[in-house]
Write a protein of this length. Structure first.
Length: 399
């Protein structure tokens, strides 16, 4: 094994390390997918879950903005990622220790779980950011590397689904925490993105307002706000949809695993797709596929098999969105504000999460499972329409 690594070029070693960081992260993350199912088991209604998710989204706004500014100021995305991985893994593992049999248990969960998300709310964003930025700087095939993550998420989801009758839902929290340990170790070994010495010894003031003078970036924020209202509604209440059509909720992660597996084809094709199509167009097509999933859930899903067939569109769309959206954002941002650009975009997604979860829980309880997902499809189509309108403006001015 030592001889194998010694023969690899520096780029080759980093490709393996970065793939390990991201793919093992998503393997561990798949074990944590039962948080909503756990809350269902302890008596949370859709409205209560919506309130909790809104609170965690609010904390994530502060988390992402804070860690993004820290990353840009200390010039180290890697150190920030290590910090949030350690904090998020440890605190998430302790969630089952919060008492659930007391009259005040719901209040305790509503207070303490958002605290976990000061770290956990930034974990996936910065894990993806590390891979995206290094892939661009080292000219690595991001789609290929990221497809391994989707494959391991699929495998992890199937593994924990099979183990669930033996270990129980509460154990998934600490298992996810333990599985983050190799991710942290590999992150220590990973390359620092844009790891170049500063060209000036003078104090360089970061000016985030520069981002908001970029019309294309602002347009993408507007799209992201609407898109993530729909995305949060779609994701947060899927276990309640599954329960509402009579499917056992322990099959939830099987659905997630299948969707993750279908992310792989477009991720593998991403290099070819980027050569032929603008990234903005790929983002839009991805959004259309996700909207179609919600239409089909609302019209046709009545069993586990039909749910899985409907979510085919989401899996394909999410693979395309993962491969295009982060790279599109990367292209829009200036080199010295890339972490802040990602942080602000993620903060906008978190604001959308607050609205999507608060409103979504109430609407779900009022409308029921199937009408709710038809409503979510309309939100997706609204975001697509806004994206089309905002894309045209810069082109007319440039002409």
């Amino acid at each position: 094994m030592k001889h194998f690594f010694s023969r690899l070029s520096d780029h080759g070693r980093q490709a393996l390390i970065l793939t390990g960081v991201n793919s093992l992260f998503w393997f561990a993350w798949s074990f944590s997918s039962y948080q909503t199912v756990y809350l269902q088991e302890v008596g949370f209604s859709a409205s209560q879950l919506g309130l909790l998710n809104a609170l965690t989204s609010g904390v994530s706004i502060a988390s992402l903005a804070f860690w993004g500014m820290v990353s840009d100021r200390i010039r180290s995305l890697r150190k920030v990622l290590i910090t949030v991985l350690v904090g998020g893994a440890v605190l998430f593992a302790l969630i089952p220790a919060i008492p659930t049999g007391l009259p005040s248990s719901s209040l305790l969960l509503l207070i303490l779980i958002p605290v976990v998300y000061f770290f956990r709310g930034s974990m996936s964003t910065y894990a993806e950011n590390l891979l995206v930025r290094n892939s661009n700087e080292l000219r690595l095939n991001y789609g290929l590397l990221r497809s391994v993550s989707s494959l391991l998420f699929t495998i992890g989801g199937l593994v924990i689904s099979a183990l669930l009758p033996l270990v129980g839902v509460p154990s998934t929290f600490w298992l996810s925490g333990v599985l983050m340990i190799p991710v942290i170790i590999l992150t220590v070994l990973a390359r620092e993105p844009n790891a170049r010495p500063a060209q000036s010894d003078h104090k360089e003031k970061l000016d985030p307002s520069e981002l908001f003078r970029n019309k294309s970036y602002v347009a993408f924020l507007i799209f992201g706000f609407l898109f993530y209202i729909a995305a949060n509604c779609e994701a947060s209440f899927l276990p309640y949809f599954i329960q509402g059509v009579g499917v056992p909720t322990d099959r939830y992660v099987v659905v997630l695993s299948y969707r993750a597996f279908l992310e792989i084809p477009f991720l593998l094709l991403m290099v070819k797709l980027r050569r032929k199509f603008p990234l903005g167009l790929l983002v839009m097509i991805a959004s259309v596929l996700m909207a179609v999933e919600c239409v089909f859930l609302g019209l046709f899903a009545n069993s586990l098999v039909s749910i899985i067939l409907c979510t085919t569109f989401f899996g394909l769309g999410n693979g395309l969105f993962i491969g295009s959206s982060l790279n599109y954002l990367y292209e829009l941002a200036p080199s010295h504000l890339k972490a802040s650009a990602q942080a602000f975009f993620s903060a906008v997604a978190s604001v959308a999460g607050i609205l999507g979860n608060l409103g979504g829980g109430v609407v779900f309880d009022a409308m029921g499972a199937k009408p709710f997902y038809l409503f979510v499809s309309l939100l997706y189509f609204l975001s697509i329409g806004v994206f089309l309108l905002t894309q045209r403006k810069p082109q007319k001015k440039a002409a």
